[in-house]
Design a protein around this ligand. Structure first.
Ligand code: SF4
Ligand code: SF4
Length: 315
C-alpha cells in the first residue's frame, strides 16, 4: 500500500522525534464525537485517487458484521466515551450485506448514524431501499447519508468515477429526496475552484434538483483536498501548535477512532482516524480501551491535511 515516498525520506520515522531531533507532536483523545466503522474496502466502482484504493476486488479490509458493531457499541458504553455519532465508510458500505442491521444496531442505542455512499446500485437494491425507509421511519432525523459528488459538474465527476457515474448517483439522490432521507455531500477540490466557487456551484446543483442540503455549511457539504503523498511536507513538532495558533483538539484523532477488520485477522483493530487505514503505526489496539492512548503525528497526512491545512510552521 501507499506510504511515505521520496520527498519525505528520513522524515516521519520515529514516533517520538522528527528527523531534525525535535519532539514530535501528539494528539490525545480529548473529546470523542464519532466512532467510525470501515464496512469493508470492496466498492462497486474504481475511482481515480480513491484514498483507500477501493475497487470491486480490493478486500484488504473485509466486511464487518452487526454483532461486531454491537460489541464496540457495548465498549463505548463501558468506557463512557459519550460519542454522539456512529459513522460507516468503505469501500461502498451498501456492498456489505449487513449495512442496514449495523445502522439499526447503532440507532437503537441512541446514536446518530452517518453512512458514506456513492448512492449507486448497491444502495438502490430493493432490500436496501426498504431497509433505509424503515430506519428513517423508526428513527426520524437520526440517519444521514453523505453522498460522494466529487464535482457538481457531471463531466468532472465522471473524470474521477467513470462515464455515467454522475447520472447514477443523481438518480440515487433523487430517490433519497423523494423518500425523505437526510442527505449531506462530500465533494473534492481537485479542479482548482476556490471554496466559494465550489459552494456556489453545489448550491446551484442542489437548487436545480430540490435537494435540502446546505452548500455553505461545511458539515453538510464537506470539501476534501487531494491527498498527494509525493508532496514534501514539514514534520509537526510540539512547537507547531503555538506557532500556528491551533489546538490539538481541532484534529480528527482528538475526537474519532475507526474500527476495521483486516483480511486474515481474527480480531478487529481500532485505528487513530479514517485517513490512514493501512499504516500499521496508526493501529492503536483491538479494543476501545487500548485506543484511548495518544496518537503521534507521524505521517505526511497528519501534517498536510490535519495540522497545516496549507499553512507552514517550519522555521
Ligand atoms: S466510490 Fe468511494 S470508496 Fe468507492 S472507489 Fe470511489 S472513492 Fe473509493
Ligand atoms: S491523519 Fe494524523 S493528525 Fe490527522 S487525524 Fe489521522 S492521525 Fe490524526
Amino acid at each position: 500500500m501507499k506510504d511515505t515516498v521520496s520527498a519525505n525520506i528520513g522524515k516521519f520515522e520515529d514516533p517520538k522525534w522528527t528527523a531534525k531531533g525535535e519532539e514530535r507532536a501528539t494528539v490525545s483523545l480529548t473529546n470523542p464525537q464519532t466512532l467510525w466503522f470501515n464496512t469493508g474496502t470492496l466498492c462497486n466502482i474504481t475511482c481515480v485517487n480513491c484514498y483507500i484504493e477501493s475497487s470491486p476486488t480490493n478486500d484488504a479490509l473485509v466486511y464487518i458484521t452487526a454483532d461486531e458493531v454491537r460489541d464496540y457499541v457495548d465498549q463505548l458504553e463501558d468506557r463512557a466515551w459519550g460519542v454522539r455519532e456512529i459513522a460507516f465508510t468503505g469501500g461502498e458500505p451498501f456492498m456489505n450485506p449487513q449495512m442496514i442491521d449495523m445502522a439499526r444496531a447503532s440507532l437503537e442505542r441512541g446514536y446518530e448514524v452517518l453512512i458514506l455512499t456513492n448512492a449507486m446500485r448497491p444502495m438502490m437494491r430493493k432490500t436496501v431501499q426498504a431497509g433505509l425507509v424503515e430506519l428513517n421511519a423508526d428513527f426520524p432525523g437520526k440517519l444521514t447519508l453523505r453522498i460522494s459528488v466529487d464535482h457538481f459538474r457531471a463531466d468532472l465527476h465522471d473524470e474521477e468515477r467513470g462515464a455515467g457515474a454522475f447520472d447514477k448517483t443523481l438518480a440515487g439522490m433523487k430517490w433519497l429526496r423523494d423518500n425523505g432521507l437526510k442527505m449531506a455531500v462530500a465533494g473534492r477540490t481537485v479542479w482548482g475552484d476556490t471554496d466559494a466557487e465550489s459552494r456556489q456551484g453545489y448550491a446551484g446543483f442542489y437548487a436545480q434538483h430540490g435537494f435540502a442540503i446546505d452548500a455553505f455549511d461545511p458539515a453538510e457539504t464537506v470539501l476534501f483536498p487531494e491527498m498527494d503523498e509525493r508532496i514534501e511536507v514539514p514534520e509537526i513538532t510540539t512547537a507547531c501548535w503555538g506557532i500556528l495558533g491551533k489546538s490539538p483538539d481541532s484534529v480528527m484523532c482528538s475526537s474519532s477512532r475507526m474500527v476495521v477488520k483486516r483480511k486474515g485477522e481474527e480480531k478487529l483493530a481500532v485505528l487513530a482516524c479514517t485517513l490512514l487505514p493501512y499504516a500499521p503505526e496508526f493501529e492503536l489496539g483491538q479494543t476501545l480501551a487500548e485506543a484511548e492512548r495518544d496518537v503521534a503525528l507521524n505521517h505526511p497526512h497528519c501534517a498536510k491535511f490535519c495540522v497545516l491545512g496549507g499553512a507552514s510552521c517550519s522555521a
